[in-house]
Design a protein around this ligand. Structure first.
Ligand code: HSE
Length: 440
C-alpha cells in the first residue's frame, strides 16, 4: 500500500522546532511536490506544552511524554531539537531502539557521543540526518559527504560560530571592547545558552569534529582538537592587525597531511583582501579546497529559526524519500563504508607550522629589541616585520613582531624564555597568521 504521509514526531518545541512547523506549513505544497507525499509533524513532545508559540499547532498532537512518539507506529521520523547532551542522547538512543529514523541539529551531542550514536543507528538500520548541526542553512554536511565525494579534502578554513564572528566584526568595525559586544550577541539570540560554548570555541570544536569525520571518514576524539577562544582578545591587537593588513577571525582549520590531519581552532589573522575576511556579522563560511574541485566558498546563516529549519526539513525530505523507496539509507553516515572507518590521526599542535604575530610588553630601553629578536633567532624564528610604538610613559611599550613560517614548538619555547626576561612585563600575546593563500 502506498503511503499518504511521512509523519514526524518533534521532541523539543523551542525556536528551531517552531521554525520547522512553520516551514512545513508555509511550503507544504512544494514539499509534497518534491517528496510525492505529505510531510507532517504529527506529534510534538515538550516539557512545556502550555506556553503559546508564535505559530498555530492545529492538527498536531501535543504531549509532555516522549513515549507517545516512540510508541506511535505511524511516526516514521523522530526530530530531536532538545539540545544538550544527556537527555538528548537518551532520546536519540530510544528513538533508534524503537526503529525510528532520526534527525537532529545537536552538534554537541554528535561531537561528543556521535561514535556511539552512529554505531547504534548502523546496527538498527536507522537513518540519521544532521545537516543543521554544522553551518545552519549552509549545506556543508551534504557537500562534504556527497558533493565532494570524489575529492581529497585538502583543507577547510571555517568561520563556524556566528556569535564569535559577530563579536569580532563589531570589535573590528566599531572598535568596541569584547565585553560590550558579547552582551549584544546574547541579546540578539544566536549565542549558546552558556556563552562559554561560543567564546571558548567549544561550539566551533563540535562543528569541526563533525566536519573532520565526514571529510576523512574517521572517528574523532573532540578533546584532541587544539582549541583557543576569543575571550582574551584585546582591542589593541585588532588595531595592530589592521595596521598590518589583517582582520582577526576565529577559524576552524583542517589541513590534510600525508597520513595525518592538522586540526586547530584559534583567533587567526587573515589578509583583509581574503574571501573569509569579508564574512561579517553572525554569518558562517566554509572555505574548502578539494584536489579536483579547487577552492569553494560556502557562506550564509549558521543559526536562527528559519535557516536552521531549512536544513532540518532537507533531512526530513531525504529520509522521507528513502522510506518511500524502502531503503534505510543511501549514503553511509560519515560518507565512507563502515568497515573503512578508523580513528583520525591528528598532527600534534607542537608540529604545526604557520606564521605568527607577537605583541611583547617590553621596557623601552636600549638593547631590549635585540635581546628579544636574538632569542627568536636562536629558535629558528625569522622575523617578517616589527612595529614599535612611541613611548607614552615609563611603563611597558607594545612591541609587535610578525614572523615567517615557524614551528609551534619553537615558538612556545622562545616565548617562555622571553616572558622570563626582566624587561618583559606581561606575557606575550600570540596570534597565528594564515596568509599562505589558503584563505584567499
Ligand atoms: N551559537 C551558535 C553560533 C549557534 O553562534 O553560531 C549555531 O550553532
Amino acid at each position: 500500500m502506498s503511503r499518504k504521509t511521512i509523519n514526524v514526531g518533534l521532541i523539543g518545541f523551542g525556536t528551531v522546532g517552531t521554525g520547522v512547523v512553520q516551514l512545513l506549513k508555509q511550503n507544504e505544497d512544494l514539499v509534497r511536490k518534491r517528496l510525492g507525499v505529505r510531510l507532517a509533524v504529527k506529534t510534538i513532545a515538550d516539557i512545556d506544552i502550555i506556553t503559546p508559540r508564535s505559530i498555530s499547532t492545529e492538527g498536531i498532537e501535543l504531549t509532555d511524554d516522549v513515549n507517545d512518539i516512540f510508541n506511535d507506529p505511524s511516526i516514521d521520523i523522530v526530530l530531536e531539537l532538545v539540545g544538550g547532551l544527556g537527555v538528548a542522547k537518551n532520546i536519540l538512543m530510544d528513538a533508534i531502539a524503537h526503529g525510528k529514523h532520526v534527525v537532529t541539529a545537536n552538534k554537541a551531542l554528535l561531537a561528543v557521543d556521535g561514535n556511539e550514536i552512529f554505531e547504534a543507528a548502523d546496527r538498527e538500520h536507522i537513518n540519521i540526518g544532521f545537516e543543521a548541526s554544522v553551518g545552519g542553512a549552509v549545506p556543508v554536511i551534504k557537500a562534504l559527504r556527497e558533493s565532494l565525494a570524489g575529492n581529497n579534502i585538502k583543507s577547510i578554513f571555517g568561520i563556524m560560530n556566528g556569535t564569535c564572528n559577530y563579536i569580532l566584526t563589531r570589535m573590528t568595525d566599531e572598535r568596541l571592547p569584547f565585553e560590550t559586544v558579547l552582551k549584544e550577541a546574547q541579546i540578539l539570540g544566536f549565542a549558546e545558552a552558556d556563552p562559554a560554548y561560543d567564546v571558548d570555541a567549544i561550539d566551533t570544536a563540535h562543528k569541526l569534529a563533525i566536519s573532520l569525520a565526514l571529510s576523512y571518514g574517521k572517528r574523532v576524539n573532540l578533546d584532541d582538537i587544539y582549541r583557543e577562544g576569543i575571550a582574551d582578545l584585546k582591542q589593541q591587537d585588532v588595531e595592530f592587525a589592521r595596521q598590518l593588513g589583517y582582520k582577526i577571525k576565529l577559524l576552524a582549520i583542517a589541513i590534510q597531511h600525508k597520513d595525518m590531519v592538522e586540526a586547530r581552532i584559534h583567533p587567526t589573522m587573515i589578509p583583509t583582501d581574503s574571501l573569509l575576511s569579508s564574512v561579517n556579522g553572525n554569518n558562517n563560511a566554509f572555505h574548502i579546497v578539494g584536489d579536483a574541485s579547487g577552492t569553494l566558498l560556502f557562506y550564509g546563516q549558521g543559526a536562527g529559526m528559519m535557516p536552521t529549519a531549512s536544513a532540518v526539513v532537507s533531512d526530513l525530505i531525504e529520509i522521507g524519500r528513502d522510506i518511500q523507496k524502502k531503503i534505510w539509507r543511501r549514503v553511509p553516515i560519515r560518507g565512507f563504508k563502515k568497515d573503512r572507518i578508523d580513528d583520525i590521526r591528528l598532527l600534534p599542535m607542537e608540529e604545526v607550522r604557520t606564521n605568527y604575530y607577537f605583541r611583547f610588553s617590553a621596557v623601552d630601553r636600549p638593547g631590549v629589541l635585540s635581546v628579544i629578536s636574538g632569542i627568536l633567532s636562536n629558535y629558528n624564528i625569522s622575523l617578517a616585520s616589527v612595529i614599535q610604538t612611541e613611548r607614552k610613559d615609563q611603563g611597558a611599550v607594545p612591541v609587535v613582531m610578525t614572523t615567517h613560517e615557524s614551528r609551534e614548538k619553537d615558538v612556545r619555547l622562545a616565548l617562555a624564555e622571553i616572558n622570563g626576561l626582566d624587561v618583559v612585563l606581561d606575557d606575550t600575546v600570540l596570534i597565528r597568521i594564515e596568509d599562505k593563500g589558503s584563505t584567499t
